[in-house]
Structure formats: structure tokens, C-alpha cells
Design a protein around this ligand. Structure first.
Ligand code: PGA
Length: 254
């Protein structure tokens, strides 16, 4: 059975003290209110990770993720953070290929393939992001774009590694814009992604991969999105910065 996951991507927000406060509030609301079997992944800025880890002791469904990692194992790469370092502070997930990394830091599919490899080699689950721009949606190229993002960064993986990948579909035009994809648009793309994976790896593997939706998910649209048969949770940006809205989204999972 595939895992239901709601991940909060804090991006470049929250000072250290604000981050600790947010995690404490999330733990409190989660403990009181969340009854479903959903994994909640918190992806704060790197420097928060080490100190947040002990706060999550005894909370097996709350896990830590990073927002990025280097594609190199170690060495003279000033300013980079390696996958091994992230694992050593308790990260179980790492977001790879977020559209902001692709757009502002020129990360290509080939480059991202190396990050996926290094995350898996360090026993972390990559949350690999795909998504089309508004222009690509309007010119009808969006299926091709998503297919090549999947193929070029993931399809070199052997089956036993592919099983540990989480895919996040995040249409770029929906991120931070308040304009979410309709649940029908999202379901259509998720079904397409699952089919592309099935064509390469077979139905059994594809049926067990978690595919998250991201892009302006809010408490009032989460439930309808999460009810779609191929949507296994969400990658949440803006609404993950407040415990109340984040937990209300988590509660959208049955
Ligand atoms: P958003 O961001 O929820 O603020 O649209 C989602 C994301 O970038 O992962």
C-alpha cells in the first residue's frame, strides 16, 4: 500500500526560534487532532534540522526532510550541504528538483539525476518534483515536459531504488500564486505520471509509489485534492508556515 504523505516546504522562511516554535505547535495540534495514517514531513531550512530532530522523538509519523542537497558526496564545494550530512542529522527525505531550484539555480534533469542517486545512496527518500510552466501548459506541451523530467532524472534507477522515490507534481503556475490546479487537472496528471512509471517499471511498483500534489494547497481545497485516486498527499509551501493551516491540510487525508 502506498504511503500518504503531507510535506511542509518552509523554503527560506523562519528564523531558528520561529522554526522551533512552529514545530512545537505542529506537534501539539498533530497529537490532539490527527487520527489518520499520514506521514508528515517537515522540511525547514538546513540550519534548523539538527535542533529540530530531538523534538520529534517518539513521533514516528513526523519526519524531517531537507529542501535540497549537493550532487557531490563531499569535498571542496563551498556553501554546499551533502546528503550524508543531512542523513547524519536525522533527515529521511530530501526535496529534489523543486521548480524554484530549476528556475533560479539552473538545475537540469541531468544534474538532478545525480542528486537523486546520492540521496538514495544515503538512505533518504527523494521527493522529486516535476511540473510545467504556464507557457508549457498553454502550448499543450505539458505531458512531454513531465515525461522528460521523470525519464531523465529517475529512469536510470534500478527497480529496488525507484521504490523509494516519492514524486511531487507541482505545476509551476500554481506555486505561490493562489491558483491551484483543479482536482480534475491534478488527478489527470497524477494518473499520467503513474502510467509512465508503470510503462517503465510495471504496475506493481507504480501502484506503490506516492505521488504528491503541490501548488497553492490550502485547508479549503486539500480534502478534494487528496480524495483523488492518484493523489497521495501534498507538498505544501505557504500554508505550511502556520501550524493551524498546515495541520488542517494534513487532516484532509482520510
Ligand atoms: P505553495 O508552494 O503551497 O506556496 O504554492 C508549494 C511548493 O512550492 O512546494
Amino acid at each position: 500500500m502506498r504511503k500518504k504523505i503531507v510535506a511542509g516546504n518552509w523554503k527560506m522562511n523562519k528564523t531558528f526560534d520561529e522554526g522551533v516554535q512552529l514545530v512545537k505547535e505542529i506537534i501539539e495540534l498533530y497529537s490532539k487532532e490527527v487520527t489518520s495514517q499520514v506521514y508528515v514531513v517537515l522540511a525547514p531550512p538546513f540550519i534548523h534540522l539538527y535542533k529540530l530532530q530531538p523534538l520529534l522523538f517518539g513521533m514516528p509519523m513526523l519526519e524531517l526532510g531537507a529542501q535540497n542537497c549537493s550532487n557531490m558526496p563531499n569535498g571542496a564545494y563551498t556553501g554546499e550541504i551533502s546528503a550524508a550530512m543531512l542523513k547524519s542529522v536525522g533527515c529521511d527525505y530530501v526535496i529534489i528538483g523543486h521548480s524554484e531550484r530549476r528556475a533560479y539555480f539552473n538545475e537540469t534533469n541531468d544534474w538532478l539525476a545525480k542528486k537523486v542517486d546520492i540521496a538514495l545512496a544515503n538512505l533518504m527518500q527523494p521527493i522529486y518534483c516535476v511540473g510545467e510552466t504556464l507557457e508549457e501548459r498553454n502550448n499543450g506541451k505539458f505531458y512531454e515536459v513531465i515525461e522528460s523530467q521523470l525519464r531523465d532524472a529517475l529512469f536510470h534507477l534500478p527497480e529496488e531504488q525507484m521504490r523509494h522515490v516519492v514524486v511531487a507534481y507541482e505545476p509551476v503556475w500554481a506555486i505561490g500564486t493562489g491558483q491551484t490546479a483543479t482536482s480534475a487537472q491534478a488527478q489527470e496528471m497524477h494518473a499520467f505520471i503513474r502510467k509512465i512509471i508503470a510503462d517503465k517499471y510495471g504496475d506493481e511498483l507504480s501502484e506503490n509509489i506516492s505521488i504528491l500534489y503541490g501548488g497553492s494547497v490550502k485547508p479549503d481545497n486539500a480534502k478534494e485534492l487528496f480524495e483523488q485516486p492518484d493523489i497521495d498527499g501534498g507538498l505544501i509551501g505557504g500554508a505550511a508556515l502556520q501550524a493551524r493551516s498546515f495541520i488542517d491540510i494534513v487532516k484532509g487525508i482520510k
